[in-house]
Ligand binder design. Structure first.
Ligand code: SF4
Length: 269
């Protein structure tokens, strides 16, 4: 479901603002949203992912949403998106009570200068926000990007180190793509060979994927780092112990199954 469209921020790698021509968000009324929820819940739907770019943005709206859901006393299970600096930690308990069990966070880089360079200026301390969510037993999915314009091998290592330290229930590791409509697309289009020649190459998991180069690294190096980071994260003991304790052996076996498949790439360093 969506309860809003758009985003008031303007990160350079993101293309969401191209839809509206400016950084802003539009919302459906919570009365309307709850009427859709009622309709779904009446049909037996329990698991709902809100696809809003930033479901958690206005604390007032989030709190009212939670109150309205809690009042209905439905057993629902929500997935929502947020930035680390839009999460009101004082509301986490109420969110959990309403059924918000997963929060997907755009963390992107473990290096502040790299984040700031693409206008992802996260205020406050990422780690304390994640710990506050974990204390409320809310699962966290951390989103990270490798190959932002100012990334070096050292700053990408900062990102992986942060991911391992946060030890979120799952982590997505992306390479940076020149997404049409983003500021980085404009940058890449000015470079010879900066843009992929076919749509497959924009796909993160395709054999011929083509991430952007950074000021310091070729695309192949970024891709190699990303693929290794995926295995380093999922194979590390601390992560596997957490998965076993929180989700059980079956989930751990599923993760092991993923690790057994080695991804093939045409671009090699
Ligand atoms: S990355 Fe997230 S915060 Fe940044 S513009 Fe896109 S949706 Fe908004």
């Amino acid at each position: 479901m969506n309860t809003s469209l758009g985003c008031p921020f303007s990160c350079h790698y993101c293309c969401i603002n191209s839809v509206f021509g400016q950084p802003r968000a539009r919302y459906w009324s919570l009365e309307k949203v709850l009427s859709w929820l009622d309709l779904l819940a009446d049909k037996g739907v329990r698991n709902i992912r809100f696809d809003d770019e930033l479901f958690i943005l206005s604390p007032k709206r989030v709190e009212r949403f939670c109150d309205m859901v809690i009042e209905r006393n439905r057993d629902l299970n929500f997935w929502v998106y947020a930035r680390p600096d839009t999460v009101p930690t004082s509301l986490l308990k109420k969110m959990k009570k309403a059924g918000v069990n997963w929060i997907c966070l755009g963390i992107e880089s473990g290096n502040k200068a790299v984040r700031d360079d693409v206008n992802k200026k996260i205020k406050g301390d990422i780690k304390s926000v994640v710990r506050a969510m974990q204390q409320q037993d809310i699962f966290v999915l951390g989103n990270y990007m490798f190959g932002l314009p100012e990334d070096t091998l050292e700053t990408m290592e900062d990102t992986l180190r942060l991911a391992m330290d946060l030890n979120c229930e799952f982590s997505n590791f992306y390479t940076v793509m020149a997404l049409p409509g983003s500021r980085l697309y404009d940058l890449a289009s000015q470079q010879t060979g900066g843009l992929p020649e076919n749509w497959n190459a924009f796909s993160q998991l395709s054999r011929d994927t083509q991430p952007m180069s950074t000021t310091h690294l070729a695309p192949a190096k970024v891709l190699e780092f990303r693929d290794e980071a995926f295995y380093r994260y999922l194979e590390n003991d601390q992560y596997q112990r957490m998965v076993r304790a929180r989700f059980g052996e079956k989930t751990l076996a599923h993760i092991q199954g993923m690790l057994d498949v080695k991804i093939e790439r045409e671009l090699t360093a």
